[in-house]
Design a protein around this ligand. Structure first.
Ligand code: ADP
Ligand code: MG
Length: 696
């Protein structure tokens, strides 16, 4: 039997451990830093470092690492042992406050998006005391921020922490106006639901496309997909169940509140949802979740695919970013209460988010843009590339009544009675869900659903925090200056709802009509990642981020550059992988197979000159036509790839890949998938869609 409460957080240097191991003054000083975002007192660093080291050694650690999130998208670590030479040819284990606070990894091989030209290779990592250190694989992991020699952020954590700060500062101004004198800090909380696919490792190893790109570049549909809807919430298969059990256990040890697990819509697709945490912790924990999904899967002879679209024709994988704002005193500011229509503070919070989402739609869009996510957004299982908001029937009615100046007629919530005496009645929610909305209010939080499964969730939260902080700033400016607070408040709520009403949409976000309607409303529709990237540095966005001290213009330009570059690199690798698979594995196999049939047909004719060989000659003809066409397309694809690579790095190159390389990849795929459907199962050189999705 497992003692989960004992297991939970056992590898984390958490508050309880700190309380036990640190002198009282040191502990309270550190706690202040963690809770109120106060600067760390350097004089306590040595004491904290020493306690951390002693604790880590007891947990089996010999090394420590600063753990940071460079713009490559994957967390980075460099392990140093605690050993220090001691007299007599011996060593002692040491860890100083200086080493805890600051590290100096060579930054030259991390993407910097042009920043490298203006800064030295030197980079610094600095401890984020608000996110807990932990021990994993004999190493003490210290969550850190990462910046350049000249102080520009080279990571995702730095701007995230800055965005949390500005939201707190501006939000507190509002709370003070409502008479809250006790809250010291506002924090945003995030719960990120993570989708993923599992595949058998032996099958995975036979697919170069999965190995090099994380998704299948070829593959005829299996006879069965997800149309029976029999996988969603279905019973867990025993191998998957064992994998999930171990995953939970390892995550619990690291203090990750892994809560829910279930089968998702597509065959072999699953989801894990943790209980929410403070945003910077939630980001770190989501990275741990992704890392552990991969490594625990390996231990079970499986591979975890986090790509947004591993398979054509079935649902892709996303991430739902549940987001809310609360006070350090434990109040959730997005809780509408029983009578939202009369809850002015809540209505103002709602107005702040509606305004933020409407004004910064493009920023939200760019925060989820990637080559992988292009396969989902606008596809029919994911929200469209258009950002809109769903707030539910009740709140929509409240907003409408305020905008129109009409009376609000109450909600339709009430008791749910199923008419079965033994089943208890329960309160129904006041509104149903809308799965098609990219940004939905779900009771006491907003759920941003456009995120891709593989992405770091920092950027969407940086955007959300900063955009909402800007709403708060403008609101506070108006309300602080108002002679009559109540009157000004009522007017502000009405004005804001009226100005941003267009972003609210309760209908079917997947429909073609919505695209037209959204255009009529003037909402933006950045269809591909390449369209979206370039809007990051629009003047309006530079103004927002610089005004709040979240990112400098230079930092933003570097990020935009990296997104374009990354996109081009990904498509280039995909095209190269297709060329390799098609010309070296698939065409040779198909040619050999057609040859076999031809030989067989000739042999039949030799014994029986009038025998029917329609099937053989037809198949040979079809396959030969297809291989001939594919041969030509492969040459064109090579050419288009080379031409794209010759373009100026950045937007031009990314655009060339999107417009000239991707269409040829599609054509090649169609030809190859048709060949697959005509070729004997045992002659096809790679595992089929059926093998990948149904053989676990
Ligand atoms: P739903 O059924 O609407 O998806 P759940 O209650 O299952 O809602 O929650 C989904 C995710 O939202 C979970 O990760 C949960 O921890 C998170 N969540 C709940 N409340 C909050 C909150 N106040 N802030 C951020 N995330 C939250
Ligand atoms: Mg959800």
């Amino acid at each position: 039997m497992k003692n989960v409460p004992e297991l939970f957080g056992s590898m984390v240097f958490n508050e309880e451990v700190m309380r036990q191991r640190l002198p009282r003054e040191v502990f309270s000083s550190l706690k202040k830093t963690m809770e109120e975002g106060k600067e760390i007192d350097p004089s306590i660093a040595d004491v904290v470092a020493n306690a951390m080291k002693d604790w880590a050694i007891e947990k089996g650690a010999t090394h420590y690492t600063h753990w940071f999130q460079p713009l490559s998208g994957t967390p980075a670590e460099k392990h140093d042992s605690f050993i220090t030479p001691a007299p007599g040819g011996k060593v002692v284990m040491e860890f100083s406050g200086k080493c805890l606070i600051k590290g100096e990894p060579d930054a030259s091989s991390f993407p910097s998006g042009g920043l490298r030209a203006t800064f030295e290779a030197r980079g610094y990592t600095t401890w984020d005391p608000a996110s807990s250190a932990f021990v994993k694989d004999g190493t003490l992991y210290i969550p850190t921020a990462f910046c350049s020699y000249t102080g520009e952020a080279l990571d995702t954590k730095t701007p995230l922490l800055r965005s949390m700060d500005t939201l707190s500062t501006q939000g507190l101004r509002i709370l003070r106006l409502f008479g809250d004198t006790t809250s010291k800090r506002l924090t945003t909380t995030v719960g990120a639901e993570q989708e993923y696919f599992i595949i058998d490792r032996e099958i995975y190893r036979l697919r170069k496309d999965l190995i090099y790109t994380g998704r299948t570049l070829f593959g005829a549909p299996a006879p069965k997909g997800q149309e029976l809807e029999d996988h969603y919430f279905g019973p867990l298969n025993t191998r998957i169940s064992a994998f999930m059990a171990e995953l939970d256990e390892e995550l619990w040890k690291l203090g990750v509140l892994s809560k829910t697990k279930h089968n998702e819509a597509a065959p072999a697709q699953h989801e894990l949802a943790p209980i929410y945490a403070t945003t910077n912790m939630a980001v770190d924990q989501n990275l741990l979740i992704m890392t552990y999904m991969k490594r625990i899967a390996e231990k079970h002879g499986l591979v975890c695919l986090l790509h947004e679209k591993p398979y054509e024709g079935v649902s892709g994988s996303g991430k739902h970013n549940n987001w809310s704002v609360g006070t350090d005193t434990g109040k959730n500011l997005l809780k509408p209460g029983k009578t939202p229509a009369e809850n002015k503070q809540f209505l103002l919070m709602l107005a702040a988010v509606i305004k933020a989402v409407d004004e910064y739609q493009d920023l939200l869009r760019v925060s989820v843009a990637s080559a992988g996510n292009d396969h989902r957004l606008g596809g029919n299982e994911a929200p469209p590339a258009i950002v809109s908001m769903f707030i539910g029937d009740e709140l929509q009615a409240v907003v409408d009544s305020i905008v129109n100046g009409t009376a609000f007629k109450g909600a339709r919530a009430g008791k749910m009675n199923l008419g079965i005496p033994t089943v208890p009645t329960f309160n129904r929610d006041t509104s149903d869900r809308n799965r098609t909305s990219p940004f939905a209010f779900t009771g006491n939080k907003f759920e941003f659903r456009m995120l891709g499964a593989a992405q770091n969730i920092a950027m969407p939260n940086i955007v959300l925090n900063t955009a909402v902080a800007e709403s708060f700033r403008q609101f506070a400016d108006i309300l602080e200056a108002a002679p009559d607070f109540d009157k000004a408040l009522t007017k502000l709520i009405k004005d804001t709802f009226t100005a941003h009403h267009r972003i609210l949409f309760n209908g079917n976000g997947y429909s073609a009509e919505w695209e037209k309607e959204a255009e009529r409303r003037g909402l933006s529709n950045l269809k591909t990642a390449v369209d979206a990237f370039g809007t990051l540095t629009a003047q309006k966005h530079v103004d927002l981020f610089t005004a709040h001290g979240v990112m400098s213009e230079v930092e933003m330009r570097s990020r935009e550059e990296i997104m374009f570059e990354n996109y081009a690199k990904i498509i280039n690798i995909e095209a190269n992988t297709m060329i390799d698979m098609a010309s070296r594995d698939i065409l040779p196999a198909v040619t050999a197979y057609a040859g076999e049939i031809a030989t067989a047909a000739a042999a039949k004719r030799a014994v029986l000159p009038t025998v029917d060989i329609t099937a053989e000659s037809d198949t040979v003809e079809k396959l030969s036509t297809l291989t001939g066409k594919a041969y030509t397309v492969i040459a064109e694809l090579r050419e288009a790839g080379a031409a794209a690579r010759r373009r100026a790095a950045g937007k031009e190159m990314a655009t060339a890949f999107r417009d000239h390389v991707i269409p040829l990849m599609r054509t090649l795929r169609e030809l190859v998938d048709t060949m697959e459907s005509l070729t004997a199962t045992n002659r096809w050189p790679v595992p089929s869609y059926g093998d990948m999705m149904f053989r676990i």
